[in-house]
Ligand binder design. Sequence first.
Ligand SMILES: Cc1cc2nc3c(=O)[nH]c(=O)nc-3n(C[C@H](O)[C@H](O)[C@H](O)COP(=O)(O)O)c2cc1C
Length: 665
Amino acid sequence: MTNVKFEHLFSPLQVGPMRVPNRICETTNTINSSRAPGLIDEHFIAHHGAKAKGGTGWIGSETWLLDVPFPEGAPDEVSLRGGFGSHFAAYRNPAFIEGWTRFVDEIHASGAVVVVQLTHLNALWAPSAVPVVGAQDYTPHVLGESEIGFLLDTYADAAEAAMNSGADGVEIHCAHETVGYSFLSPATNRRTDRWGGGPRERIRFVVEALRRVRARVGDRLALGIRINGQESRDGGYDNLELREMLYYIAETGLLDFVDLDVGHCWGAPSYVPSSYHPHAEYREFGKAARSDLAELERKVAVLFTGRINDPVLAEELLKGGFCDLVGMVRAGIADPEFANKAREGRLGEIRRCIACTRCIDEASEPLTIPYAPTCSINPEIGNELHWAATFRPADRPGHVVVVGGGAAGCEAARVAAMRGHRVTLLEQGRRLGGQLLIAARAPGRDSFEDQVYFEENALERLGVDVRLNTRADLDLVRSMQPQAVVVATGALPRLPDDVPGIDQPQVVQGWDVLLGKAATGKRVAVVSQEDYYQTPCVAEYLAAQGKQVEVFHKSVHLATEVARYSIGMVLKRMESCGVKVHPNRVLKAVSGDTLEFVSSWGGQSYREQGFDSVVLVYGAVQQPELYYRLQEDGSIPKILLAGSAWVPRRLAEATRHGANVGMMV
Ligand SMILES: Cc1cc2nc3c(=O)[nH]c(=O)nc-3n(C[C@H](O)[C@H](O)[C@H](O)COP(=O)(O)O)c2cc1C
């Protein structure tokens, strides 16, 4: 138990007609938790409902995409990137509203409020013929007067539908990639009619939308806007201009709250900030907005969001006057119960979001269909119903030995112990964590260690017998006479077997570099066949030591599997630490300081010279030998293989595999 007083975090707040039971807000996050396109299903209700049950006071769930002003015959399956057509104007579908009403009832039963975000995306239609930053290589259709009127009316229609479903508030989305945002921005709003011009003119669309909503729902709903605190593009608004616009909007007396975040969908900064961003980086913007709006007659609550994963920090922000409400989205994905744990003084039990961005990477570019929300460290996310249905105490509690204390091993041990088994975990290293400890060594990735703390605390609380510095072999495991063994012995870095000269001493592995086990010279070639974060992490680690670093990468660019919300920050950091990246290169030979490459597609040869060291980032190879030896031996009733020891993938896969195996012993 931790004795932290949360004097502000758990105090209720009146926001217009809505009484928010505490200050913790799940701002809207379209994580696509429903498996029925365009409908609200039990998965959706379980996913967001878990946060409400866990003590989050404000549930923003997933955005409502409003009606599409397409010209007749326009094929939405082409235009709407990936066929999300059924999500548009879903609120006009009685089956959607029926599901949404059940969802609202469920949230209310937990004591939380529901705020619905109303969104018009701006990729295809916008105030002016200016492409959305990074979004596409085409120019959006310029909205005519009647189309603007059409869009404005849909906000009112949707707000009415939200109200009829029992929701407590609505928020007009004027940040990120939305039409409202396009009107506010001087970069994208170049109109010379009444909808464009200076700050007073550019807010007209938003104010008119608010007016129409108020005219329809009166004071029966709390009404707010989501707004970006500053644009990070040439010709965009800065925070001072935003404050001016926000003041003019609030002056109308139409607003009950403003939901402020910072960033865009293209990464630097991202409004879903990765671990490269400090916690609550733009908190001063919240404070400024709060003091600007304080003098208005109608009270406007300020909600501030941006990498706040800790209730103690949230309390500090409230206490320090940075905001009235705190957005904590990924905090609740990593641990839906974090609010209740904080209130009960169980801070050590909270699984803190490590800001790895897997949730948004996956939601924006789903890898599987049907898609389920994914979190690197919380195995239950997206599978809440499955977990609720299958989690049960062990039929015959016994002794389970887990070999390997990486992500999979820790999760297997944790879940097995929760189910009542006596668990011994054997780890050959000095500490639990496995690859988490390697990742945490890279600049801006220390948050990965938070997950190690979580597992260490959890296993201790559950009474797992953790034996460090213990290398398991067949004899040791047999001598412990367990009923079941989980082999989670992980992976080792891959060494290509078709590259002459790769065995020379100047060639080392990226993991060893991060662990400080391999020395490198002044000029370093990082040669990569890995598409996620490892390569930029290794390159940046070396650059931070003053090395001259060049990356030779097999793909079209570095980190191709880091999705659009996060890739900008990765590439920006490469640039700012002076790392030079050569895409489209496959290593063919190493000889002294010379590297021979061939291009990935064209087949052309390249020679690069003058490198003191070569650092390989080639992914990893599984190490399942103990599993096969145990199987051959046959003396242990149940033997399971988990995580990278089966196939090395990402953290989320290891976590889930480990937890699932923990359910099976
Ligand atoms: C998977 C995912 C989907 C999101 N979708 C939306 C969205 O539809 N609308 C929106 O305004 N913000 C969206 N966001 C941004 C969140 O509301 C929030 O601002 C962001 O996650 C930063 O807060 P956090 O650091 O507490 O996670 C999304 C975030 C995530 C992780």
